[in-house]
Every structure is written in structure tokens, then in C-alpha cells.
Design a protein around this ligand. Structure first.
Ligand SMILES: Cc1cc2nc3c(=O)[nH]c(=O)nc-3n(C[C@H](O)[C@H](O)[C@H](O)COP(=O)(O)O)c2cc1C
Length: 207
């Protein structure tokens, strides 16, 4: 059992990383492995809507480890996408990365649990969580919650480590994520399979 995380901050050891690491430590205690993909400070391509992925199954821009990430997602059991809050939304680099990952490879994520984690100095956290959660809700993914919204406060690691309730929320998120992954596995082992979804109607509102 493995959870694949993405850190959408350029600060590889900053507040978002601190929060994701707190989730990871608790996942390990609950028997679930984890890995954090660091997007770092490299420039990040936006999706250009070229639809090449519709033919090849891969994003035409094979940079920032995008296609490799989708392949990793296929063999992962759950996902946590973390981001600093920038002007009350997630980082642009996270959104550009996830737009391309979900547009080119949504089947890798379908029906697997997902959660968002955000870090802020002060505000814009719930709006950012709402934004990240939209990837999950369009891909039939159960959204994993916690004892509070999955946010931490702080401008840097040292401040985030003082946010005791935030860190508690991270640990509780991990417990809920591990429970759900194990529950889904037990369901499958007992013949309760994931639903087969209807896909035939795509109407663009005009027909
Ligand atoms: C461009 C920019 C915009 C920001 N906007 C907000 C904001 O809207 N609300 C807030 O509370 N903090 C804001 N911050 C502060 C970061 O969200 C905060 O420092 C965060 O914890 C950094 O996480 P990191 O260490 O993982 O990069 C902003 C920071 C930057 C660089």
C-alpha cells in the first residue's frame, strides 16, 4: 500500500513539506508507504489542450517527470497533493502539473482516495483546499478528510512545527487515508468491486 504525494512548493523543506512529512510519518505507523514528488522551482508547463494525450495516453511535454508520475500513480493506492497558498489559491505550478496529469492520465487516479494539504501564513486555505479537491471529485475519487480542514499555518518549517492542531490534523488525515485504503482492499478481496461508470454521454451543454 502506497500513497503518492506531490509538494507544489518550490521550498523543498518548507511548510508544505513539513505538513506532508507529518502525514507520511503517521502513514508509516499505519502500515502504508509514501513518497513525495517535489515539484521544486523549475518552470512548469501548462496544459495547452493539444489533446495529443488522447491518442498516446501521455502528455506531449515529458518534462518535470509528468508521465513518470502518472505511471507511478497507476501503482499507487492514494494521493495527497500539497501546496502553499498563493493569493488564496494553490500554487500555479501544482495546478499546471495536475492539469496535465489528470487530463492525460485520469484513469490512474480513478476511484482511489485523495486528499489536499495546504500551508499558509494566514488566509486562503479553504479556498485552496476546495480548488485541489476538484481534481478528486471529477475523477470518482473519495476525498479524505481529517479532524479539521487539512491545513497548517506558518511561513517556514519552524513556525509550522508550532501549529500543533495543524499537525494533529495531518496525523488524523493519515489515519483516515490508511483506513480507507485498507477498507477498499478488503472490499475488493471480498468481491465488492469498484463500480463500472457510465461514460457514453458527453454533451457540452448544447446537445
Ligand atoms: C506569491 C505568494 C503569495 C502568498 N499568498 C498568501 C496568501 O494568500 N495567504 C497566506 O496566508 N499566505 C500567503 N503566502 C505565504 C505562504 O502561503 C506561506 O508562507 C506558506 O506556508 C509557504 O509554504 P512553503 O514553505 O511550503 O512554500 C504567499 C506567499 C507567496 C510567495
Amino acid at each position: 500500500m502506497k500513497v503518492l504525494m506531490v509538494n507544489g512548493s518550490s521550498n523543498k523543506t518548507g511548510s508544505t513539506f513539513t505538513a506532508l512529512t507529518e502525514v507520511g510519518k503517521e502513514l508509516i505507523l499505519n502500515g502504508v508507504e509514501y513518497e513525495i514528488l517535489q515539484l521544486g522551482s523549475e518552470s512548469q508547463r501548462d496544459c495547452i489542450g493539444c489533446r495529443v494525450c488522447r491518442k498516446t495516453g501521455k502528455c506531449t511535454f515529458d518534462e518535470n517527470g509528468l508521465n513518470e508520475f502518472v505511471e507511478q500513480a497507476r501503482i499507487s493506492d492514494g494521493f495527497i497533493f500539497g501546496s502553499p497558498v498563493y493569493y488564496a489559491h494553490p500554487s500555479g505550478r501544482l495546478l499546471s502539473f495536475l492539469d496535465r496529469a489528470f487530463y492525460s492520465g485520469s484513469s490512474a487516479f480513478c476511484s482511489k482516495p485523495g486528499a489536499s494539504v495546504v500551508s499558509a501564513r494566514r488566509a486562503g486555505t479553504t479556498a485552496s483546499i476546495d480548488c485541489i479537491n476538484k481534481y478528486f471529485s471529477i475523477a470518482s475519487m473519495p476525498i479524505v478528510g481529517s479532524s479539521y480542514w487539512t491545513m497548517v499555518h506558518g511561513n517556514k518549517k519552524e513556525e509550522t512545527l508550532q501549529d500543533l492542531e495543524g499537525l494533529q490534523s495531518m496525523r488524523n488525515l493519515a489515519k483516515n487515508m490508511a483506513f480507507l485504503i485498507k477498507s477498499i482492499n478488503i472490499a475488493k478481496e471480498n468481491g465488492i468491486n469498484l463500480p463500472t461508470l457510465e461514460r457514453e454521454h458527453v454533451t457540452n451543454f448544447i446537445r
